[in-house]
Design a protein around this ligand. Structure first.
Ligand SMILES: Nc1nc2c(ncn2[C@@H]2O[C@H](COP(=O)(O)OP(=O)(O)O)[C@@H](O)[C@H]2O)c(=O)[nH]1
Ligand SMILES: [Mg+2]
Length: 322
């Protein structure tokens, strides 16, 4: 996006134009200098609105639950922004469709903004820029941000780093299939949900989870286990109450501030890493073949080569950075 376009789009965005919001999210997803310009302009407009992460294995009803939560908060006249991170389709490289098509009534509600993102090849989890996309939604004036991700492997930790409160969703059917990821999921959970409570096995699942929680060392916050039927809205009020209670706990204990502190720290390091990497790619690529020859000829090691290139990069005038 060109600079003049960025300025025009930002003006439209601050006037509440949804298409401008979508364009800014695309710019942010594409990364590079345009993304940085957008995020820098938005940063002062961040409100600190609560961020709710919803994660868990595929098929447990996360999207249905997120829809139901969004409707619930709309009923309280809150504006809701949703980022749904979907596994990348091997065929299109895009977010799996179908998921968002369901949200018909929400899609036409100006108080709700739903953005789907692909995971870009990583195994489920947060797309690298999803935090920045949430920033755009927050600066747009949403009162609540919800991030839905498929929980596999490292994701839970990612989402815990992005959200204030992480809701881990399971269903009676997830039983055995979740054993492998259960430890990670449970560790990330601030609130546990057994969705599809209309299905057999829900009570057993709740008991198992509660027993697992009792095995954990005592902590100031023990995740409550909530039963929901996302498709009918049963348990939604309990879930909202649990999330609110967790938010009060976070505020009262100082944890919210600590989490946000950690988030900014990670953010600074990520920006630094991106900038260093961009400069390295711009300024060092030409030197790599020469060093490769030297290493192969026994005149250098990969370590002396990297050290020399890094020293050259740092000695360069930082003013020529774009
Ligand atoms: N019986 C029942 N089905 C549900 C419930 N919640 C979601 N589903 C269904 O489960 C399937 C997967 O739901 P979805 O929200 O796409 O799951 P996700 O992959 O975790 O996002 C869909 O067919 C939903 O209609 C529930 O509480 N009870
Ligand atoms: Mg889903």
């Amino acid at each position: 996006m060109l600079e003049t376009h960025i300025d025009q789009t930002l003006t439209a965005f601050f006037a509440g134009d949804r298409r401008a919001a979508a364009r800014l999210m695309t710019a942010v997803e594409n990364g590079g200098p345009a993304a940085e310009a957008v995020l820098e302009a938005l940063y002062p407009k961040l409100t600190g609105a609560p961020r709710l992460g919803v994660t868990g294995p595929p098929g447990v009803g996360k999207s249905t639950l997120v829809d139901a939560l969004a409707r619930h908060h709309r009923g309280l006249d809150r504006r809701v922004g949703v980022v749904a991170v979907d596994p990348t389709s091997p065929f299109t490289g895009g977010a799996v469709l179908g998921d968002r098509v369901r949200m018909n009534d929400l899609a036409t509600d100006p108080g709700v903004f739903i953005r789907s993102m692909a995971t870009r090849g990583s195994l489920g989890g947060l797309a690298r820029t999803s935090k920045e996309v949430v920033d755009v939604l927050e600066a747009f004036g949403h009162d609540l941000l919800i991030i839905e991700t498929v929980g596999v492997g490292q994701t839970e930790m990612d989402i815990a780093g992005t959200a204030d409160t992480t809701v881990v969703v399971l269903s009676p059917e997830s039983g055995d299939s979740i054993q492998a990821m259960k430890a990670g999921l449970m560790e990330a959970a601030d609130v546990l949900v057994v969705n599809k409570a209309d299905r057999p096995g829900a009570d057993q699942m709740v008991r198992t989870l509660e027993a697992d929680l009792h095995m954990r060392p005592a902590a100031d916050w023990t995740p409550p286990v909530i039963r929901t039927v996302a498709s009918s809205g049963d348990g939604l009020a309990d879930l909202t109450a649990a999330v609110d209670a967790h938010h009060r706990y976070l505020t009262g204990s100082g944890d919210l501030e600590r989490r946000r502190h950690a988030r900014v720290r990670v953010e600074i390091l990520a920006v630094l890493r991106d900038r260093l990497w961009r400069r390295a790619q711009r300024d060092l690529t030409d030197h790599v073949p020469g060093w490769t020859e030297k290493v192969l000829a026994g005149e250098a090691t990969p370590y002396t080569a990297a050290r020399a290139m890094l020293a050259a990069l740092i000695d360069d005038d930082p003013e020529d950075d774009e």
